[in-house]
Design a binder for this molecule. Structure first.
Ligand code: URA
Length: 212
């Protein structure tokens, strides 16, 4: 598994504002959106392209375009939805699938409650959107789901990651031969006893959409 903590002053600036307890939901949504577009730029570094010839007004030259099948973007409901627009802004031809996963707050185990994905992901590069890589249980289950359907590689894009979550993903996928990358704006200190990232930014879903 590869981990990329994006080290850029604009990313750090937006992440700091996201962490701030005084940041209201509309501002949080806008900042998350902008931050994801910056992360997406790094996350798509290995997106597959094919060579093409393009005619400029002056002559033909060589270029590239995104290869088919198009990449698949998979926000994990509900908080991952807050990252979708920022991602598809950079990858407008990507298709979008949905995975609803919920974490049991006592056992911290992830359960799938909704799926809307192609049955066959053979040859697809997948980009999973989940703002908080905490215990890693939800993300590991989502990534496994995509690999089982045939994804050729998976990149998880997270606003924040905890060392425990990265270690869990590494444990699950090490030696599996399944190419996995995590791209995040920050690697925080640890989890608290409730599985929240410290210092973190709180509950990403609640901060995006309010407490329900
Ligand atoms: N989910 C969140 O929204 N925040 C955390 O800190 C951990 C999991």
């Amino acid at each position: 598994m590869k981990t990329h903590v994006v080290d850029h002053p604009l990313v750090a600036h937006k992440l700091t504002a996201l962490r701030d307890v005084r940041t209201d939901s509309p501002t949080f949504r806008r900042l998350a959106d902008e931050l994801v577009t910056l992360l997406a730029y790094e996350a798509t570094r290995d997106v597959r392209v094919t060579d093409v010839t393009v005619d400029t007004p002056l002559m033909a030259t060589q270029g590239v375009r995104l290869a088919r099948p198009w990449p698949l973007v998979v926000p994990i409901l509900r908080a991952g939805l807050g990252m979708l627009d920022g991602m598809v802004r950079l990858l407008p031809t990507a298709e979008v699938g949905f995975l609803g996963m919920i974490r049991d707050e006592e056992t911290l185990q992830a359960e799938t409650y909704a799926t809307r994905l192609p049955d066959d992901l053979s040859g697809r590069q997948c980009y999973v959107l989940d703002p908080m890589l905490a215990t890693g249980g939800t993300l590991a289950a989502a990534i496994e789901f995509l690999f089982q359907r045939g994804a050729i590689d998976v990149t998880a894009i997270c606003l924040l990651a905890a060392p425990e979550g990265l270690a869990h993903l590494d444990d699950v996928f090490r030696g599996s031969g399944r190419p996995l990358k995590v791209v995040t704006a920050g690697l925080d200190e640890r989890l608290n006893e409730h599985g929240y990232i410290l210092p973190g930014l709180g509950d990403a879903g609640d901060r995006l959409y309010g407490v329900v």
